[in-house]
Design a protein around this ligand. Structure first.
Ligand code: CDP
Length: 224
């Protein structure tokens, strides 16, 4: 097998597991690009909500995904001329993202966009299917998990910090539903990739998780 010259670190895991924070910091440490693949599903969901597109109209939603006028500039995310960095983090948008993520043509439309993020000197990509589908030959694959309670606490804090309303009971229910939907869908279900390293972060700080990923990457590079 020919090794792709641009290394990829694929970090997958369930909702609110902290993959975003860890992936972002690992990318910063290595000077790599960062792909938040969930943001693409969230952007498609936001577009669908704004256009009142029925969530079962796969063709119409795939069209939105195919022509998503999005731009990632530093930490700011644009949809056409609107800064939607905050808006896409709302729980309604996350839940809608999880519903449209089951649609194969939507996943297909977003795949090309994701591959385009692989640029020198390297990429850290986080999502549900980075190691299984989008970058199956990634240099390093990590499956990051945390208990449902730890994840609900993290999501609660994240929402409150961003000024969104949050209720712990509703969050736990949403998280479990989202886990169920993401893990049991027919196309690209959430599951550990072959050869993935498991990282259980319930009792770990983000910095400790970052250090572990960097150690694994240093090891993996030697064998690439
Ligand atoms: O923030 P959270 O971890 O809840 O979700 P996210 O990473 O922003 O992704 C939102 C939704 O998009 C997820 O619930 C998944 O259903 C979907 N998604 C996916 O199917 N595949 C990916 N590679 C990334 C996200």
């Amino acid at each position: 097998m020919t090794q792709h010259p641009v290394p990829v670190i694929a970090i997958d895991g369930p909702t609110a597991s902290g993959k975003g924070t860890v992936a972002h910091r690992v990318a910063d440490k290595l000077g790599f690009h960062y792909l938040d693949s969930g943001a693409l599903y969230r952007l498609t969901a936001l577009s669908a909500l704004r256009h009142d597109t029925p969530l079962n109209d796969e063709h119409a939603i795939a069209k939105l995904a195919e022509h998503l006028p999005c731009r990632f500039v530093g930490d700011t995310i644009w949809l056409a001329s609107e800064n939607v960095t905050g808006d896409i983090r709302a729980e309604e948008v996350g839940n809608t993202a999880s519903k449209i993520a089951v649609l194969p043509t939507v996943r297909h439309a977003l795949a090309g966009l994701q591959l385009g993020f692989r640029k020198p000197p390297g990429l850290v990509a986080d999502g549900r299917d980075m190691g299984t589908v989008i970058f199956p030959h990634a240099t390093l694959k990590v499956f990051l998990t945390a208990s449902v309670e730890a994840r609900a606490h993290r999501r609660y804090k994240q929402l409150i910090d961003k000024g969104f309303p949050a209720n712990m009971e509703d969050l736990l229910k949403d998280l479990k539903e989202r886990d169920e939907r993401d893990s049991n869908r027919a196309v690209a279900p959430l599951k550990p990739a072959e050869g993935a390293h498991f990282l259980e972060t319930s009792d770990m700080t983000a910095d400790e998780a970052v250090e572990q990923v960097l150690r694994w990457y240093a090891e993996a590079k030697k064998h690439a």
